[in-house]
Design a protein around this ligand. Structure first.
Ligand SMILES: [Zn+2]
Length: 252
């Protein structure tokens, strides 16, 4: 099937009647590759957004040993979050590259949902590929595992009997998640205007300096601006021509 922006329906505006969001992703930089402009807009509007990362991205730079890389990428992630108004960044200490989908991951994410009590949960593409727009490029097993576990854990968090050990840790059920929004989805349904947060999204991704310098020989700022501009234009035709951060929203 060929994706056609002209035939595909317009993207709806993301729900705005919420106060707390929790973004759960696998690696440092997962939110900055496309999502941070939306987050900047939300924190501007006085909403609280918290980041939870399954790993520190310690296997992300070929030339750096994980023991050196993990703390470096953690620092870059905290700086990156600060640029878009996010001050709480937590790490679940799963191992980069070999995150396993399973009860342990669901439990850790459910615990985070109970701690932060969000109405909106954000995660990254949980499907096998990134879709036809990028030639069907294969997704990573970490993204698939964390995305799926996050969709599942939004429900687990509300059921006191699923992970009773969380109760013993004082984490009462939270059944208040109303939507899980998947960024980078191949089949988005909603969008946020990227314009107000665009400049900060550039600096948020640029904060992953060591990672980007290892990734490309291009000038880091040029690379980041080109990538994010292309990303924001991908669904503009389905959002009134506006640069868009697109999400697939699963209501609960
Ligand atoms: Zn990633």
């Amino acid at each position: 099937m060929i994706e056609s922006n002209e035939q595909a329906p317009q993207l709806a505006d993301m729900p705005g009647d919420w106060q707390r969001a929790l973004a759960v992703v696998a690696h440092p930089d997962d939110l900055e590759y496309g999502c941070a402009a939306a987050i900047a807009g939300w924190t501007d509007a006085g909403k609280e957004v918290t980041y939870v990362l399954a790993t520190r991205g310690e296997a992300g730079i070929d030339s750096l040993d994980p023991a050196t890389c993990g703390p470096l990428r953690e620092r870059e992630q905290r700086a990156s979050a600060g640029v878009v108004g996010v001050s709480t960044v937590e790490f679940l200490d799963h191992r980069d590259g070999v995150i396993e989908y399973g009860l342990g991951l669901r439990r850790d994410i459910a615990a985070a949902v109970r701690r932060h009590r969000p109405e909106l949960v954000i995660t990254l593409n949980h499907r096998d590929t990134w879709g036809p727009a990028v030639g069907g490029a294969w997704n990573t097993p970490d993204h698939v595992a964390v995305g799926r576990a996050t969709l599942d854990a939004a429900g687990d968090a509300g059921n006191r009997w699923i992970f009773p050990e969380l109760l013993e840790r004082g984490l009462e059920p939270w059944d208040g998640v109303r939507w899980v929004a998947v960024a980078g989805s191949t089949t988005p349904t909603h969008a946020v205007d990227a314009t107000p947060g665009l400049e900060r999204s550039v600096h948020s991704l640029l904060a992953h300096r060591a990672y980007i310098e290892a990734l490309t020989d291009e000038d880091p700022e040029e690379y980041v601006r080109t990538f994010l501009a292309g990303n924001n234009q991908r669904f503009a035709a389905r959002y009134g021509g506006r640069p868009a951060v697109a999400f697939e929203v699963f209501p609960r």
